[in-house]
Design a protein around this ligand. Structure first.
Ligand SMILES: [Zn+2]
Ligand SMILES: [Zn+2]
Ligand SMILES: [Zn+2]
Ligand SMILES: [Zn+2]
Length: 255
């Protein structure tokens, strides 16, 4: 992601071929070549490019003569060729993801934004991946980074840097051995294998596992498992195990 956005401008002939179509346009246009090899040709009006290729498999630039260029993008049977006629200009600009501002980078004072599932510094490009359902919290960590809010049985506010304050450690501290296995009465341990979940301490002799609720828990069922909001049944709570025999709110049909 360190490649720049390249911008070309001038009177050009734009030829697109693909999808059994051949189209030639000529005009004074601005061509934007993004780091992901998306090429957009803009004319004087509207938000929409007059021609484009999204994430081309290859883009190359030919210097046709002094001050002129030809940019060719190809992708799986499609080709976009933009050739300048006479004088043209070109420039390069550094570009980053654009997202919601969420704070200031403690390392370089750059702006931090949340975009595409991560918090990224626009200056030093430090990047902190977020769980998909994370919200930004209002608080700032001691390290200077913003905190995120994640609900896993309870609401956890933790640093976006998992090496600073880890979600796993926070959930483990709160919920490890908090509930017991409905089958063998062993303690449920907080375990991570791709996702965080609850697993009976007698594993592999007992194979009971449960997903950690993506909401705050509301008490404990007689079977030992947490109770959670029963989204399908109004304001009621129900056992984390929808087949639980101890749960009197489980509908008859479900038993
Ligand atoms: Zn930075
Ligand atoms: Zn921190
Ligand atoms: Zn068990
Ligand atoms: Zn239960």
């Amino acid at each position: 992601m360190t490649r720049p956005v390249r911008v070309y401008a001038g009177e050009c002939t734009v030829t697109y071929s693909g999808n059994s179509e051949l189209r030639t346009q000529r005009g004074r246009v601005v061509v934007v070549h993004k780091p992901d090899d998306t090429v957009l040709v803009h004319d004087a009006e509207g938000y929409q490019p007059v021609a484009w290729l999204t994430r081309a498999s290859a883009v190359h630039l030919e210097q046709t003569e002094e001050g002129a260029f030809a940019l060719v993008a190809v992708d799986d049977g499609e080709q976009l060729r933009v050739e300048s006629e006479g004088d043209s200009s070109r420039a390069s600009h550094a570009a980053t993801p654009a997202g919601t501002p969420v704070g200031t980078c403690p390392d370089c004072e750059g702006s931090l934004v949340r975009a595409r599932g991560a918090v990224t510094c626009l200056d030093c490009r430090a990047e902190y991946g977020l769980p998909r359902d994370a919200a930004m919290a209002d608080s700032t960590c001691d390290c200077g980074l913003p905190r995120m809010a994640v609900v896993r049985g309870a609401r956890f506010e933790i640093c976006v840097d998992r090496d600073c304050e880890g979600l796993d450690a926070a959930v483990r501290e709160r919920f490890d051995r908090e509930w017991s296995c409905p089958d063998c009465d062993g303690d449920l341990r907080v375990v991570r294998e791709r996702t965080l979940f609850l697993r009976c301490e007698s594993h592999p002799d007992c194979d009971e596992t449960f997903a950690l609720p993506r909401e705050e828990v509301a008490g404990t069922c007689d079977c030992g498992l947490p109770r959670v909001q029963a989204t399908a049944r109004g304001d009621n709570t129900c056992c984390l195990d929808s087949d639980c025999a101890e749960d009197e709110t489980t509908p008859e049909a479900g038993r």
